[in-house]
Design a protein around this ligand. Structure first.
Ligand SMILES: [Zn+2]
Length: 387
C-alpha cells in the first residue's frame, strides 16, 4: 500500500516527522547562521531506503472544532489515568509536551477545554506566559521579528528560484482556504524533467503557529542552492535526488498564528490514511491544504519525507497510530538516530510517544522532527515533546 492509502507500484515510501521548539527570541539573521540545522536535514537526504507498509483499522472519534492561537491557555495537566493522553488527543486539545514517564503533559487549551480538563480530573494549571515562552510552548510577542511572514517567504522562494534557475523550479501546488499559494520548491538538476532519481520531501507548518518549520525549510533551500557546484556533497545530492521543499503547508494558520487552518481543522489529523476524526477534522482530506499535499505525494514517488513541528525536540518515526513496528523499523531507527545524534533530540517511535490518527505518517517511512526553538542541543532529557 502506497501513500495516502492508494496503491503505488513505483517505489515504497518513507516518512519522517521532526519536532523542534519555537525559536526563542532570536532574529532571522542569527537564525540564518544556524546552518548546522540544514546539515541535520541533509543527513536524512542522503539515505534512500525501501520499505513496506501495512494497514490496520482504527477507531473513529469525531471531536469538536477549536482554534488554538495566541489567546489559548498553555496548561500543565496531570496524567492521573492510564488513557489520559489519548483522551486529551481525541478531544482535540493539542498536546505540546508529555513527560517521558507520562506523569504530566503540557497542552494548549481554550477556556472551555480548560474546564473540560478540570472536569476530567486532570488538574489543569495555567502556565504563565513568560514561562511558556521560555520553554518554547508559546511564541514570544515579538515573533514577527524572528520569522518570515508568508509574503517574505514567498519573496525568498521566488528569489532563490530566479537566482538558481538551473537547479530549482518553484511550483504553485494549490491554494489554502483563504487563497494563499502553497509553494513547493523542487531542487534538483534538470528541474523541469522527471528523472529517475530518488525523491524526498521536506515540509513545515502543518501547524500554523509552529513557525520554525518554515524557517528550516527555507534554510535548507538556501543552503542547497548556495552550495551547489562548490560543495561536493551538496552537488551530489542535488544532481542525484529530486528534493521537494514545502515550507508552509498551512499559510493561513501561519498568518493567523493558529495551530489549525482557518476552518479550525488540525491539518496534521486530516490525512486520509488512518484518519480518526481527531483535531476537528470532519473527514479524510477534508481541507484544501491536505488535498494539495496529497496530490503532490501522488505525483512524486517520495522515498523519504520529513515534516517539521515545534514545541520540543524529538525525532519520531512511524507508526503513530499503532504499536506494531513497521517492517523496515531497523532502517527507520538508524535514520532517525543519525538525526537525533547530531541534534541531541530524543528519537522515538510515534505510538510509543502517544497515539495520533490522520497524520501524514502515511506510508513506509515518515519521520517527524520537533525542533526546539532555541536551536541548541537539548538539555532537558526528561522531556518528550509534542507534535
Ligand atoms: Zn505540530
Amino acid at each position: 500500500m502506497g501513500i495516502c492509502g492508494l496503491h503505488c507500484d513505483r517505489h515504497c515510501r518513507h516518512y519522517t516527522n521532526i519536532h523542534v521548539p519555537y525559536l526563542e527570541n532570536r532574529g532571522i539573521t542569527e537564525m540564518r547562521r544556524s546552518t548546522h540545522v540544514a546539515h541535520q536535514v541533509i543527513v536524512l537526504l542522503v539515505c534512500g531506503v525501501i520499505g513496506i507498509s501495512s494497514i490496520v483499522g482504527g477507531t473513529v472519534v469525531v471531536s469538536g472544532t477549536s482554534i488554538h492561537g495566541p489567546d489559548s491557555i498553555v496548561a500543565t495537566v496531570t496524567l492521573s489515568q492510564a488513557n489520559a493522553v489519548s483522551l486529551i488527543e481525541r478531544h482535540g486539545i493539542p498536546i505540546l509536551t508529555v513527560d517521558q514517564a507520562k506523569i504530566s503533559a503540557v497542552v494548549l487549551a481554550s477556556p472551555e477545554e480548560f474546564a473540560w480538563l478540570a472536569s476530567m480530573k486532570l488538574s489543569p494549571r495555567a502556565v504563565p506566559d513568560g514561562v511558556a515562552e521560555q520553554q518554547g510552548w508559546k511564541p514570544g510577542t515579538d515573533h514577527g521579528r524572528d520569522f518570515h511572514s508568508y509574503a517574505q517567504m514567498t519573496a525568498l522562494l521566488q528569489n532563490i528560484s530566479a537566482t538558481y534557475p538551473d537547479i530549482t523550479q518553484l511550483y504553485d501546488l494549490g491554494h489554502s482556504v483563504q487563497g494563499r499559494t502553497i509553494w513547493g520548491l523542487k531542487v534538483t538538476d534538470n528541474p523541469t524533467v522527471e528523472e529517475d532519481e530518488p525523491e524526498v520531501r521536506m515540509c513545515g507548518v502543518h501547524h500554523g503557529n509552529e513557525y520554525m518549520g518554515a524557517e528550516l525549510c527555507l534554510l535548507l533551500a538556501q543552503y542547497l542552492t548556495d552550495n551547489y557546484g562548490t560543495n561536493d556533497t551538496i552537488t551530489d545530492l542535488v544532481d542525484n535526488r529530486e528534493i521537494w521543499i514545502i515550507p508552509m503547508v498551512n499559510p493561513d494558520g501561519h498568518e493567523m498564528g493558529t495551530r489549525e487552518n482557518v476552518n479550525g481543522v488540525d491539518l496534521n489529523r486530516d490525512y486520509g490514511y488512518m484518519w480518526g476524526g481527531w483535531g476537528g477534522s470532519p473527514g479524510p482530506f477534508s481541507q484544501m491544504e491536505t488535498q494539495v499535499m496529497r496530490v503532490n505525494a501522488l505525483e512524486n514517488a517520495f522515498v523519504l519525507s520529513l515534516s517539521f513541528h515545534t514545541s520540543a525536540a524529538v525525532v519520531n518515526y512511524i507508526w503513530n497510530y499503532k504499536a506494531q513496528r513497521a517492517p523496515d523499523d531497523a532502517v527507520m531507527v538508524a535514520l532517525s538516530n543519525q538525526y537525533g545524534s547530531r541534534t541531541g533530540y530524543d528519537v522515538t517511535e510515534g505510538y510509543d510517544w502517544y497515539q495520533t490518527m490522520g497524520t501524514p505518517m502515511i506510508s513506509a517511512m515518515d519521520v517527524e522532527v520537533t525542533l526546539t526553538g532555541q536551536l541548541r542541543p537539548r538539555t532537558q532529557t526528561s522531556k518528550v515533546p509534542g507534535r
